[in-house]
Design a protein around this ligand. Structure first.
Ligand code: MN
Length: 133
C-alpha cells in the first residue's frame, strides 16, 4: 500500500464496495468529476482485476497513472500497461482491465458520454487465464 500511495497522482478514494462483486481482489474508487464527462481514479491491488465487461453506448478511455497492469479484449492477446499508456475502449467490445500479479496499478477511467450508456458486467477473469499472462 505504501508503494502505491507514493506513486498515486490522484486521490485513492474509498474501498470500491459498490462494484466489488464485479472485481476479483480489492480495488479503490475515487470519482473526480460528477457531471459532463465523468472521470474516476481506479486503483487495483496486486492481482486485482475486473470481470469481463462491455460498455454500451459510449465506450471508455483509460489513462494509466501508476504501477503495472493489463488490458485485454475478448479473443485478443493481453496488452501490458504502464504509466502514460492510453487505452481507447470502443463501445460494445468485451474486455477487462486490472493490475499485474505483482504490482499495484492505477488508471483514470473516462466514461465517454452517450445517451443511455451503461456497463454490462459478465464473468470473472479466471485464475487459470490470469496467471497464464
Ligand atoms: Mn472497462
Amino acid at each position: 500500500m505504501d508503494d502505491i500511495i507514493r506513486e498515486e497522482i490522484f486521490p485513492l478514494g474509498a474501498e470500491n464496495t459498490a462494484y466489488a462483486r464485479y472485481f476479483s481482489g480489492m480495488s479503490y474508487l475515487c470519482p473526480l468529476t460528477h457531471g459532463g464527462v465523468r472521470i474516476s481514479n481506479v486503483t487495483f491491488e496486486p492481482g486485482c482485476r475486473n470481470n469481463w465487461h462491455i460498455h454500451h453506448g459510449g465506450g471508455q478511455i483509460l489513462l494509466v497513472t501508476a504501477g503495472l497492469g493489463w488490458y485485454q479484449e475478448w479473443g485478443q492477446p493481453a496488452r501490458a500497461l504502464s504509466p502514460g499508456d492510453v487505452v481507447e475502449i470502443p463501445p460494445e467490445v468485451k474486455h477487462w482491465h486490472g493490475a499485474a500479479a505483482d504490482s499495484w496499478f492505477a488508471h483514470l477511467a473516462v466514461e465517454v458520454p452517450s445517451e443511455g450508456g451503461a456497463s454490462e458486467w459478465l464473468e470473472p477473469v479466471g485464475d487459470e487465464h490470469y496467471t497464464a499472462l
